[in-house]
Design a protein around this ligand. Structure first.
Ligand code: DOR
Ligand code: ZN
Length: 439
């Protein structure tokens, strides 16, 4: 066990400090103790015995602040055959995430302090990447009775969401926003007017018509986002939109932000990269909720992420087993895994020139940390050592055996990704090390 970690001649990118430079970074204990050009030279020359020092020196490697995921389904308690806390956190660490927020649509639902505390305790025992519970807004996620928010916050919840379900009743949403704001908890909305999406299998558009499948129209998301923005403005509460998927939502968010309303939003890698065309082969791996949309939405989402209208990138990591996916599209559960693919996919958009590196890294680190009130990860002397080392040039094939998640539901299976996480450091400890476990 080495107690000094040295990252030598890495390209360190930290948008929080406007940093993008080749430097050395030294970690001792839980902290970054040095960060600067040739900052490790004297340390490696003399003094510290080499067996106490682990040196990472990979030409072309990127060193980033630890990634923060606002939206993952870790399935524990209740559906451990899809994922559990240990496998979910291992997948997160392998994907470069030092902090993961776990959605409450488990079985039972995380609508009580007991479940919140169970998650916190189990994750602590696992170690490595940290878990931050998101508890339910309403009891059983049924949309009518508010949960005991003060209790949930004391138990460790960092936000509230009925994700998987939308809080459709306006009176409930109003009270949820008001009540949550007294505890400074953000409300995260899964924006879907269920009355408009009953029986939907994919995005409502020309492709759905051609395939004879029932559609989920954009407007079912837009009407909820528009109403919620008005409510958040009225009661002056913090409101966050999960997995934005439509150009209409983008327009509403942009207008809301320009008027100074306290709204934030996230987008998933799959909504930035894939469209409803992917459903032409009836591939259940491409069934997600909200559904993959059309090119004009994808373009609007990319623009919104670039200009900050959409603050964060979140995975919506949604593991499912063959039981839920090896069936007809109408029967299949929505969702795809994302924790181990997010960073390579996003670096791919940076390499193509679609999105600027600094904005993408900000959207994966500081912006999500801010939404849930975590300390912003940063690469600076004296800061907690939350870091991810990536080789942006190293390619790897997405294969079931390679992934740490228990589930394999991704349309990227078999594809070659460029960009490999080499090491993830959470609180000064090595949470993932490609050399120890192999890729
Ligand atoms: O695709 C999705 N999967 N969207 C959701 O809202 C829920 C999630 C899940 O839990 O599988
Ligand atoms: Zn959702």
């Amino acid at each position: 066990m080495q107690d000094v970690l040295v990252f030598r001649r890495v390209r360190a990118v930290d948008p929080a400090r406007g940093l993008d430079a080749e430097i050395d970074v030294v970690v001792e204990g839980k902290l970054i103790t040095r960060a600067g050009p040739r900052a490790a030279d004297d340390l490696l020359g003399v003094g510290v015995a080499p067996d106490r020092v682990r040196v990472f020196e990979v030409p072309g490697a990127l060193l980033l602040p630890g990634l923060v995921d606002l939206h993952a389904h870790l399935r524990e308690p209740g559906q451990e055959y899809k994922e559990d806390i240990a496998s979910g956190l291992a997948a997160a660490a392998a994907g470069g995430f030092t902090d993961v927020c776990a959605m409450p649509n488990t079985s039972p639902v995380n609508d009580t302090r007991a479940v919140t505390e169970l998650l916190v305790h189990k994750a602590r025992a696992v170690g490595g990447t940290r878990l931050h519970p998101i508890a339910a807004i309403t009891v059983g996620q049924r949309g009518d009775t508010l949960t005991e928010m003060a209790d949930l916050k004391e138990g460790g919840a960092v936000a509230l969401s009925d994700d998987g379900r939308c809080v459709t009743r306006s009176d409930v949403m109003r009270r949820a926003l008001e009540y949550a704001s007294t505890f400074d908890l953000p409300i995260i909305q899964h924006a879907e007017d269920h009355a408009l999406t009953a029986g939907a299998e994919m995005h409502e558009g020309a492709v759905a018509t051609r395939l004879g499948l029932r559609g989920w129209p954009r407007v079912a998301e837009d009407v909820i986002v528009a109403r919620d923005v008005l409510l958040a403005e009225y009661v002056r509460a913090k409101y966050h939109v999960a997995h934005v998927s439509t150009m209409g939502s983008v327009r509403i968010l942009r207008e809301a932000k320009s008027r100074g309303i306290s709204v934030t939003a996230e987008v998933t890698p799959h909504h930035l990269l894939l469209t409803d065309q992917k459903l032409i082969g009836y591939d259940t791996a491409c069934k997600v909720n909200p559904p993959l949309r059309e090119t004009e939405d994808l373009v609007a989402l990319r623009e919104a992420l670039a200009d900050g209208t959409i603050d964060c990138i979140a995975t919506d990591h949604a593991p499912h087993s063959p039981l839920e996916k090896d069936c007809e599209l109408s029967e299949a559960s929505p969702g795809m895994i994302g924790l181990e693919l997010c960073l390579p996919l996003m670096l791919g958009l940076v390499e193509k020139g679609t999105l600027p590196m600094a904005r993408v890294i900000d959207a994966l680190t500081r912006a999500p940390a801010r939404v849930v009130g975590l300390g912003a990860p940063t690469i600076a002397e004296g800061a907690p050592a939350n870091l991810v080392l990536v080789d942006p040039n190293r390619a790897w094939k997405v294969e079931a055996e390679r992934l740490r998640t228990k589930s394999k539901n991704t349309p990227f299976m078999g594809q070659t990704m460029k960009g490999m996480v080499l090491a993830t450091i959470a609180g000064g400890a090595i949470a993932f090390d490609v050399e120890a476990k192999g890729r």
